[in-house]
Write a protein that binds this ligand. Structure first.
Ligand SMILES: [Zn+2]
Length: 196
């Protein structure tokens, strides 16, 4: 099993000030980083995120938490080839414009059949969402990996799928509009913004 919980604090320049939990095993960088916590302290969180859409979304979510001083909660999936894993990410305001990210493992299930491992390859024709793990093969729709009729591609370009972009934008808008975060029940997501 991968990490149960990892948490870290960044400053307003996204520098990692403090890391707890199991960063060393975290899949934050889509499995593409073997960064160890003592080597990543004071580096920018954003440099550990593989793809631009996810980097931009992470930045936007942290900034709205800083601006509104409200917590943002959002569910995401981070699978391994053998396990379907759901996490809840909470971004909380702290003093001095710092924010705390907490990633909690909420649910883990074995896939009936393991996938062959995948790796990030910028520019690959096959896309994979870093937030829900869905895959888009050329000329096909976004599909959860367990529903693929073809084998899981070995090389994928990580990005955000339209559903996850929408979900993130809604969570950000909810904070900007002063509504309580994470209470949207639209789109099949649970009471804490979790993927269902
Ligand atoms: Zn997605």
């Amino acid at each position: 099993m991968k990490f149960q919980q990892v948490y870290f604090v960044v400053d307003d320049a996204f520098r990692l000030l403090w890391i707890g939990g199991e960063w060393d095993e975290s899949a934050l960088a889509n499995g593409g980083s073997d960064a160890r916590s003592n080597e990543v302290l004071s580096t920018s969180l954003l440099t550990h995120i593989t793809d631009e859409p996810t980097r931009r979304a992470t930045q936007t979510m942290a900034e709205v938490v800083q601006q509104t001083q409200q917590a943002l909660r959002i569910g995401y999936r981070c699978d391994s080839p053998t396990l379907k894993r759901r996490y809840l990410m909470t971004i909380q305001p702290m003093k001095d414009n710092r924010v705390l990210f907490v990633h909690d493992l909420r649910d883990v299930q074995s896939f009936p059949t393991s996938f062959s491992p995948w790796r990030h390859e910028a520019g690959a024709a096959e896309l994979k969402c870093s937030f829900c793990c869905s895959v888009r093969l050329p000329d096909a729709d976004w599909t959860p990996p367990e529903s693929l009729t073809a084998p899981h591609p070995e090389a994928v370009d990580f990005t955000l799928c339209p559903n996850c972009e929408t979900r993130i934008n809604e969570a950000v808008a909810a904070l900007r509009d002063g509504r309580k975060s994470g209470l949207s029940t639209t789109g099949g997501y649970g009471p804490e913004g979790e993927l269902t």
